[in-house]
Design a protein around this ligand. Structure first.
Ligand code: ZN
Length: 367
């Protein structure tokens, strides 16, 4: 990990002379869903991910995009310095050591959120957290719209709390399936929590509001709403399927678009697509909830970060139904039976955001 002196970086010649031409940067960009949505609208967007090949996936050196290496972190700092004021910085550190799957080996607890540091996956997760924390502070200092993403009860949030204390933050949890255009019954149920920091960001992030409205459908002879990420094994214990967990970590294109639109202070188009699909498939009897319950379920909390310490991260003995796994098909839980909200469709094709896209189409360097 590179030595990090925020004041030194902010006072450096590089910081003072940076061109600040980038609109959107995704760190741990994966499939680059947010950036792709930005490019499609003419913004300059830059991906950054160690699996992306640049130094060849990825090794120390000029092109490295591994954020836990010296050169990769330095390149990330330079990239963030080149983002324009009010530009979008999205970070989604690897959650595998922070969530329920593998929690019995990672051993993160309230007394020791740093976990078992003799375990290599914990060491890696902690290094990624440190990079994320530092780049978050840099992004805030540079006046960016900073958004972090991890599972709702990830230990990342606990670790991040001290750094964000005193900043105004807002968080929202959305369900992957609300943005997934695959057929009902074939989607993954995965909640993502997004946390935005800085005064302008806390208002806009509230445009993200997609919640599961999937119907139960007949699949392989039984009713189900989703493909299970952690099906029961022969012993009746939940067992993560790496292929499914990996696939579910990738944002569907409409979720990337929704986050971009939030930055542009525009509502997203998650829910009404679900509403149309619900009417097209055979449904089991479902509990209906009132409009007020829908509002409550979609509500985001706006708070000072000091309150975040009251949120309990997942532990190995916690119920995982809201963390990383599909709720049971016959669940009567209100959150599992939310009726889709009736919001107007926004296709985003004529965005009028805070920044005018450049006349030229896209940044060829960014992909
Ligand atoms: Zn769903």
């Amino acid at each position: 990990m590179a030595t990090f002196g925020l004041a030194d970086i902010l006072g450096s010649d590089e910081a003072k002379t940076a061109s600040r031409h980038i609109d959107v940067v995704e760190l741990w960009s994966g499939c680059f869903s947010v950036g792709r949505a930005a490019l499609a609208r003419g913004f300059t967007a830059v991906p950054f991910d160690k699996y992306r090949i640049p130094g060849t996936t990825d090794v120390e050196g000029e092109f490295c995009e591994d954020l836990v290496t010296q050169s990769g972190f330095s390149k990330a700092v330079s990239t963030v310095l080149a983002v324009r004021p009010n530009g979008l910085l999205v970070m989604a550190p690897t959650c595998s050591s922070f969530g329920f799957p593998n929690s019995s080996r990672c051993k993160r607890t309230h007394d020791n959120p740093w976990g078992d540091m003799s375990y290599d996956k914990v060491q890696q997760g902690n290094k990624e957290f440190q990079a994320c924390e530092r780049l978050t502070l840099l992004g805030i200092a540079r006046g960016l719209f900073v958004v972090l993403e991890n599972p709702p009860r990830s230990w990342l949030w606990t670790l991040m709390n001290p750094a964000l204390d005193g900043y105004e933050v807002s968080e929202v949890t959305v369900h992957r399936c609300a943005y997934d255009d695959t057929a009902p019954g074939e989607r993954f149920y995965k909640p993502y929590k997004f946390l935005a920091v800085s005064t302008q960001a806390v208002e806009k992030i509230q445009h993200l509001c997609g919640r599961c409205t999937c119907p139960s459908v007949l699949r392989n002879g039984h009713l189900q709403k989703h493909i299970r990420l952690m099906p029961d094994n022969a012993k009746g214990k939940k067992c993560g399927r790496p292929d499914r967990l990996g696939a579910a970590a990738a944002y569907p294109p409409r979720l990337g678009e929704a986050l971009l639109l939030a930055w542009l202070d525009r509502p997203s188009s998650a829910l009404q697509n679900e509403a149309s699909q619900v009417s097209q498939v055979s449904l089991v009897s479902r509990c209906r909830v009132s409009a007020s319950q829908v509002s409550e379920a979609s509500q985001v909390s706006r708070r000072r970060v000091s309150e975040a310490s009251q949120v309990s991260p997942v532990s190995e003995v916690d119920d995982v139904s809201e963390e990383s796994e599909c709720p049971p098909s016959d669940s009567g839980d209100a959150a599992d039976a939310i009726e889709p909200a009736s919001e107007p469709s926004i296709d985003g094709s004529a965005d009028e955001g805070p920044f005018e896209p450049p006349a030229e189409a896209v940044d060829d360097d960014s992909n």
